[in-house]
Design a protein. Structure first.
Length: 94
């Protein structure tokens, strides 16, 4: 059995939910989910739901940002530290 690729999806609305479901159907992916909406997190019971974005970024090899375009700037501003930790982790592992 080969190693599963860890994919994190931020946003579990229509787009994120569809991506997660498509990846889940393929056995080579382990899918992590985070959404700010508690109800959406509750509906994601067939996935690995993380408690926050930092946990998702730490767990995933690939991160898919599945949020509304108008929310991207605010998201990036709020989560700059999480991404900096991820980039630092990637640089150290090479």
């Amino acid at each position: 059995m080969s190693r599963k690729i860890k994919v994190g999806i931020i946003g579990f609305g229509n787009m994120g939910g569809s991506c997660a479901s498509a990846l889940k159907k393929r056995s080579r992916y382990k899918v992590f989910i985070y959404d700010t909406d508690q109800e959406k997190r509750r509906k994601a019971k067939n996935f690995f739901v993380t408690k926050d974005i930092a946990q998702l970024i730490a767990a995933a090899e690939i991160v898919i940002l599945a949020i509304k375009p108008q929310d991207i700037g605010n998201f990036l501003a709020q989560n700059k530290r999480s991404e900096e930790r991820r980039v630092g982790k990637e640089c150290r592992s090479r």
